[in-house]
Each structure stands twice: as structure tokens, then as C-alpha cells.
Design a protein around this ligand. Sequence first.
Ligand code: FES
Length: 158
Amino acid sequence: MRRIAEPFQDTPGGLLPALHAVQDALGHVPREGVPVIAEVFNLSRAEVHGVLTYYHHFRTEAPPRHVVQVCRAESCQAMGAEALMAHVQLTLGCGGHGQAHGSRSADGRFGVEPVYCLGLCASSPALAVDGEPHARMSPARFDALIAEHIAEQAEAQA
Ligand code: FES
């Protein structure tokens, strides 16, 4: 972490680019790295923590392996997005229905996030699995989709 942050040490406003560099390299900015970064920039831990938590872009935990984004914008809402979100969360073990900022499974394998329009309004409800959008989604279609997606990923890694 020190090795990643130090090149920005003498740059005015170097903390933000250093945090970006850490997240780019590690996928997140681990909480245990805050004291190291604070030392590099001669800041307090609270100052670094404040910047880290102010920007929603930064993650302090490793991202889930698979992210499902469920559209909760108007057209999808009208076509059952709430029930779809509840089903996705239950199926993937990602916490309670109605969480505004997303949730993740206990094993960190899955994350579920709300998204506001995937550009598939005419074919609502829609969701995206690891960035790939899918329209006319139903609980049954989601179950088939996620099973197929996981099987493909496992095959690709074998
Ligand atoms: S409202 Fe859901 S895709 Fe546009």
C-alpha cells in the first residue's frame, strides 16, 4: 500500500489520486491501509477516513465476485421491480428487501445493487448481471440466468 501511495506524496492534492491508485491495484482500499496512507501524507487517520468515506466511489471491502443490478426506475417499478429485487436478494442471500444502497452475501460472492434505468424501459423489468443487461426479467428467468452465468464463469476459470 505504501509503495502505491508514495509516488503521490509530493503531488498537491495527492491523496485522492493515491486512493484511486490503491483501489485500481487492489480492487478496494482496505481499512487497515488507512494508517499507512495517513502516514505517507502526514495526515490524521480521521482525515483519510473522512475522504475515503465521503466519496461513494471508494470501497473499503473487496468487491463481490458477481454483482446484480436491479433497475428500480419508474418503468421497471411499474412492472414488478420491487418483487424482483426481493427475489434476487433472497436467492443470492443478500440481505433484506428494500435496502437502498445495495447489499452483499455473507461470503462476499454476490452483491445486489439498485440501478436507475438500464435503457431497457420498453422491456421492463430489467437487471444486469456483472454489467450485462437483461430485459423482461421474472424470478424464474433470473434463476435460470444466474445459474447459467455462474456455470459459464466456472467453465471459463477451469
Ligand atoms: S426504467 Fe428500468 S430500464 Fe429504464
